[in-house]
Design a protein around this ligand. Sequence first.
Ligand code: SF4
Length: 210
Amino acid sequence: MDKRLLAKEVFNRLSEIYKNPKIDLEFDNPFELLIETVLAAQERDEKVNSIRKKLFSKFKSPEDFAKAPIEDIKEAIKSASFYNKKANMIKEISTILVKKYYSEVPNTEEELVLLPGVGKKTANMVLANAFNIPAIAVDRHVHRIVQRLGLDENKDPDKTTEHLKSMIEKEHWTKFYLLLLRHAKEICVAKTPKCDMCILKDICKYANGT
Ligand code: SF4
């Protein structure tokens, strides 16, 4: 099947089963989501959600993180993996936001990727979910499912992002990626995909051994 037709078919079928797909991270504003993406590196989203309540009750703004002693930030996130490194990164990002962006999170990919530790995936995740700007964020889950489906063969997730964008109308970018993410997390799981119960089985390259 032509890749654009396949993408459309995947979009339509997954839209039937996931009515309002969302990311699992909980957040109240773009800044919180940006900080949570730092915490989420090699960490479960559930753990990040459990850390966020205490963290954002203590530090409410980029200024709060920028002014805080680094030991206080470490203490607040110490249950996260690599918390020393993450605390430094959070302070660094916050300081840049205060100095360069009037304590706001920028809303373009070009500006976001200039922040420490922020790549294309994180930038697009923030744009799509915190700013409602059409974007596709290719994390390991999305990358896995599009490869299995045969939608994309690129090893580099950044190239996959651009390829997926070319396959679907811009207004559907965010929903498309969130549908793929949800299905990858629930059905097309990493170790043993649940192909027998998958609504995409008949059109999937992996399931058909092609
Ligand atoms: S059929 Fe299997 S490999 Fe293909 S998308 Fe569904 S779960 Fe993933």
